[in-house]
Design a protein around this ligand. Structure first.
Ligand SMILES: Cc1ncc(C[n+]2csc(CCOP(=O)(O)OP(=O)(O)O)c2C)c(N)n1
Ligand SMILES: O=C1C[C@@H](O)[C@H](O)[C@@H](O)C1=O
Ligand SMILES: [Mg+2]
Length: 636
């Protein structure tokens, strides 16, 4: 056996350089680079290894562990899970900062390699700086918190353990059915210890993303179900996007007159302009998609997890007569809603089903185009919302009095409505641009109103809906597709929570555009509480003496070195967008928008749990309403 003497960290970096992925005959390196926040836990080991010989790996200095991991996740998601960044963090708080990001990767099935340092295997200097000490066990460290949010988790306490640990991690990350975060925690002393590694370990490894084929039984069963249905609907989920099923989805939809409805992850697999694409499904869905889903007697779920947002908490469909056909590479997902299961790749399954449907045509007739037309008229109305100081009725009704709305208009010096701003952006920016979002009221507005004309230009993290992903994620998307303009759609709440990687983007000259919708508060949560009978309680951003907070975000962005704009009218916004496009530096456009001017629900319901007893009649009523809804939901 030929061996090579390396530290554990050097072996890790050498191995990462040799991982390749092969999809549809195309072979590419799987690991693009490493995001790093260095501390005492990793600088002298992984830092040293990268300094000595990074190979082809790019090294990017992050500003916050969660932020840089979000960027890595967004990179992988935009690359359709075919390339990753690794993320190295120092121990203790550095590891803890990774937890929210690991959850984001897990909920969205996105591969990312997390490498937090662990406490000393020798225990000689214990307790080391940042080591939490548990009375019941010395074996527990902050890194154990990552177990709950990792698809694969391991602790390396000897240099030779690294070999089996890495092989397992890459097996998990490159399996479409279970892709997610792989976390390898390496003891701080072990990272720098040397071992005589078998040279074979470092030979080029190719991970094959072969498309999983459906069985004859599955195909026959699926074809029979479709042919027996009158009004089938295809739910386009994230799995359909990763499988690149665009053409076959359009072909099947057109040939058999089957409407497409989209989840947040699936949106832009097929562009909105496709005639049978009815847009978003569920709580944040369009009236068109929700109406079609309710009429459907067969739901064909392609690569969907059926989250509560997609199913309107299991009220979106007529469960009394609708059947389900689930096409998914994950058995866990395929089993949902008592479906007929096809555990296989979406694209290949649809391609093989296509000729088996022969002369089939759904009974939707002209309904699809009628629904679409009706929705376009609604979208058009939302593009022209004009505020007035008297008798103004916002989209979210009966929450704020005219007096309070006027107070916002005065304090923020704006009359801009969120829907109008958003549609203006959609109509102005280059259709090739990629938009990124994850939390707040914007995901709902985007899923309903954003028209895509180019595939894979809509990037929503709505599995975890983690505030802070918006800006960091946009940086990751820019790394994945540097030639495109990328736009972060972010609320003031999310921006305040985390925008650390805005600075990293500026630092590395990776131009991103931040579109900041400032309504001075957690608007969607304020809507949620007031919709369910509460008063406005600690969701508006007000000072100790009840004044509306007015933050100059444009000035802040300027201080970071970005070009910034203030745009509170359609004309100002168009001008800012045009100018931002010409810039080489990152930009931020601050829009002050009025609260309650985001879109409302369209024929959907969200089970959020309401207090069973309360001293407010309005909450008692909300509880009663929830109880009525629970009579008609599917129970599981
Ligand atoms: C990390 C994290 N913490 C808390 C939440 C819960 N949450 C969801 S949206 C939201 C407020 C978002 O406010 P903002 O970004 O201003 O958007 P708006 O609703 O006002 O459009 C909160 C607190 C979350 N999604 N993520
Ligand atoms: O609690 C939430 C409410 C949703 O409206 C929002 O989009 C999401 O970010 C969230 O966490
Ligand atoms: Mg807000």
């Amino acid at each position: 056996m030929k061996t090579i003497r390396l530290t554990t960290a050097q072996a890790l970096i050498k191995f990462l350089n040799q991982q390749y992925i092969q999809v549809d005959g195309q072979e590419i390196p799987f690991v693009e680079g490493v995001f790093a926040v260095f501390g005492h836990g990793n600088v002298l080991s992984i830092g040293q290894a990268l300094e000595q010989d990074p190979g082809h790996l790019k090294v990017i200095q992050g500003k916050n562990e969660q932020g840089m991991a979000h960027a890595a996740i967004a990179f992988s998601k935009q690359m359709l899970r075919r390339k990753i960044y690794a993320v190295t963090a120092s121990s203790g708080p550095g590891s803890a900062n990774l937890v929210a990001a690991a959850g984001t990767a897990l909920a969205n099935n996105i591969p990312v390699l997390l490498l937090p340092a662990d406490t000393f295997a020798s225990r000689q200097p214990d307790p080391v700086l940042q080591q939490v000490e548990q009375e019941y066990s010395q074996a527990v460290t902050t890194n154990d918190a990552l177990k709950a949010v990792s698809r694969y988790w391991d602790r390396v306490t000897r240099p030779e353990q690294l070999m089996s640990s890495l092989i397992r991690a890459f097996e998990v990350m490159t399996d479409p059915g279970k892709a997610g975060p792989a976390t390898i925690c390496i003891a701080q002393d072990v990272e720098g210890e040397a071992f005589d590694y078998d040279e074979k370990f470092f030979e080029k490894r190719v991970h094959y993303l072969d498309r999983k084929l459906p069985t004859d039984r599955e195909l026959k069963g699926a074809a029979e179900l479709i042919k027996a249905s009158k009004k089938p609907v295809i739910v386009v989920g994230g799995g359909a996007k990763y499988s690149q099923a665009r053409e076959i989805l359009m072909d099947i939809s057109e040939r058999y007159n089957i409407p497409l409805v989209e989840t947040q992850a699936g949106k832009s697999t097929v562009e909105s302009t496709f005639k049978n694409n009815l847009g978003g499904l569920g709580i944040t869905g369009t009236l068109a998609a929700n109406k079609a889903a309710r009429q459907a007697d067969l739901i064909i779920g392609t690569g969907t997890r059926y989250t509560d947002f997609a199913t309107s908490s299991k009220t979106a469909f007529n469960f009394d007569h609708a059947k389900f056909l689930n096409i998914n590479v994950s058995r866990l997902q395929a089993y949902k809603l008592d479906a007929f299961q096809v555990v296989a790749d979406a694209k290949i399954t649809l391609e093989q089903l296509n000729p088996m449907l022969e002369e089939y045509t759904s009974e939707f007739g002209d309904v699809i185009s009628e629904l679409k037309e009706e929705w376009f008229a609604e979208r058009d109305r939302l593009s022209k919302v004009t505020f007035s100081r008297e008798n103004f009725t916002p989209e979210i009704k009966n929450h704020f009095s005219q007096e309070v709305l006027n107070e916002y208009a005065d304090a923020l010096n704006t009359e801009f409505s969120q829907t109008t701003a958003l549609i203006t952006i959609n109509d102005t920016i280059d259709p090739e641009s990629i938009i990124i979002c994850s939390a707040g009221s914007l995901p709902g507005d985007l899923q309903r109103l954003w028209n895509t004309t180019v595939p894979n230009t809509y990037h929503l993290e709505y599995g975890y809906s983690c505030m802070g992903y918006e800006v960091s994620g946009t940086f990751g998307v820019k790394l994945a597709d540097p030639a495109k303009e990328v736009y972060s759609f972010v609320g003031d709440g999310s921006f305040l929570m985390l925008h650390s990687e805005f600075i990293t983007a500026i630092q590395y000259n990776q131009k991103i555009n931040v579109l900041l919708f400032d309504n001075s508060g957690w608007g969607c949560i304020n809507n949620l509480q007031m919709d369910h009978g509460m008063d406005s309680f600690h969701c508006e951003f007000r000072t100790h003496d009840n004044k509306i907070l007015n933050i100059d975000y444009a000035k802040l962005a300027e201080a970071y070195g970005a070009k910034s704009y203030r745009a509170n009218t359609i004309e100002e916004l168009k001008a800012a967008l045009e100018d931002a496009k010409k810039q080489e530096v990152s930009t931020l456009i601050e829009m002050k928008v009025l609260p309650k001017t985001m879109t409302d629900g369209y024929d959907s319901w969200w089970n959020v749990g309401v207090a069973e007893v309360s001293n407010k009649e309005s909450i008692q009523k909300a509880h009663e309403f929830m109880q009525q809804k629970l009579q008609i939901v599917k129970q599981y």
